[in-house]
Design a protein around this ligand. Structure first.
Ligand code: KG4
Ligand code: ZN
Length: 364
């Protein structure tokens, strides 16, 4: 008999302020409400997320988000069994805003507090949406993350590889910026690429010559800049077709690289888990139809089942945090009011630390 649990989740690690209520019981999980308030308009003039602006906006919006999430679920705080909050990794000011808000609610109501790793939220989403059983292979591809993980349990992940520099979403965003296309770059580059010839410009396929499933995307941006400058030098500017061909060539390089590295990750995963292989993908970049279908094909070739959560649960949201909180709650995990916000928090403690900072702060 599985005890039914209802948990309020909070997310504020980057530029989305979010609150959600999730219930989980005998018949699986149900998202009772999921409120996401984006901050695009606050950051658009700066060409990227400004951490201090993000933190202030989270502090201002979290309480209304919580009230909306409860109202939409038709529940009160007294109906909750616990409160789960992203405690890292991410932009530290935003993470602190969420943690402080959750601590306040916990102190005022006595609700147990559970700190959740944002990446675990993404990585456990296939269990929330499709009830996928452990273990499974997970690819996180977003503006801030890119890694292959084997999910063994709510707190147990093995990192098989990931980007050594930019995340793919970051590369799409930078490509859009270099070509004067609107942000977020992913959807604009994908739309342009539809009318483009992916073979006109020859982009590199980074790290395919090296074994393993680490990835690199920062070289693609440099290649694009060089090709763009060459066309501009020859013709005095870019035509619509030049832009489309550049986008198509760039996107094809990302598609080919992710497909090949996914095949390798699948081989590594199958070595250890031969029965009923499942690969799940999450993150905003999974919205790209060329990438999605290449991953699906790579998965089919290896005899695996492919699953991708609906887009609203692929991108940053608080339902995944509430759900990950439920999974942790069931293992007996509880945090006290000494819960700290962590800018860097790798899911696999044994994997080497990533260097540098990305859109979401320190790389995890
Ligand atoms: O998961 P998400 O909402 O936030 C992060 O955790 O970063 O992902 C946002 C990223 C952005 O970089 C955006 O350009 C990218 O996902 N993205 C896409 C597409 N839609 C969103 N990238 C490629 N193709 C798309 N259709
Ligand atoms: Zn995320």
């Amino acid at each position: 008999m599985v005890q039914t649990l209802t948990v309020l989740g909070l997310e504020s690690s980057c530029d989305d302020t979010a609150a959600a209520v999730v219930r989980h019981g005998e018949n699986g999980a149900e998202v009772l409400s999921s409120i996401v308030q984006g901050q695009n308009e606050l950051h658009s003039a700066f060409g990227g997320v400004v951490p201090e602006i993000a933190a202030r906006a989270h502090a201002e919006k979290l309480d209304t988000c919580v009230m909306q999430a409860l109202e939409e679920a038709g529940l009160a705080l007294s109906d909750m069994d616990a409160i789960a909050v992203t405690a890292g990794p991410g932009l530290i000011g935003g993470v602190m805003s969420g943690v402080m808000c959750a601590k306040g609610i916990s102190a005022a109501t006595g609700l147990p507090l559970i700190g959740v790793n944002h990446l675990a939220g993404h990585a456990l989403t296939p269990r929330l949406t499709d009830g996928i059983a452990f273990p499974y292979l997970m690819l996180l591809v977003s503006g801030g993350h890119c890694q292959y993980l084997i999910a063994h349990g709510p707190d147990h992940f093995t990192r098989l590889g990931g980007t050594i520099d930019d995340a793919p979403g970051e590369a799409f965003d930078k490509t859009a910026r270099l070509l004067g296309l609107p942000q977020p770059g992913g959807p604009s580059v994908e739309a342009e690429a539809r009318a483009g010839d992916p073979t006109r410009f020859r982009f590199p396929r980074p790290l395919l010559d090296r074994p393993g499933c680490d990835l690199s995307f920062s070289g693609l941006k440099t290649a694009l800049m060089r090709m763009r400058d060459q066309v501009v030098a020859e013709k005095g500017g870019l035509t619509r077709q030049d832009r489309a061909d550049l986008c198509a060539g760039f996107q094809q390089a990302v598609v080919d690289t992710l497909a090949e590295k996914t095949r390798r990750a699948m081989d590594l995963y199958l070595n250890e888990n031969p029965a009923e292989p499942v690969i799940a993908v999450a993150g905003g970049v999974a919205a790209n139809s060329a990438i999605r279908s290449a991953l699906e094909t790579a998965c089919d070739e290896k005899g695996g089942r492919f699953t991708a959560p609906p887009l609203a649960l692929c991108t940053d949201n608080a339902a995944m945090i509430a759900y990950a909180g439920i999974e942790r709650f069931r293992t007996g995990a509880r945090d006290g009011l000494d819960l700290t916000a962590r800018p860097r928090w790798p899911l696999d403690h044994t994997s080497p630390a990533m260097l540098g900072s990305g859109k979401k702060g320190a790389k995890a």
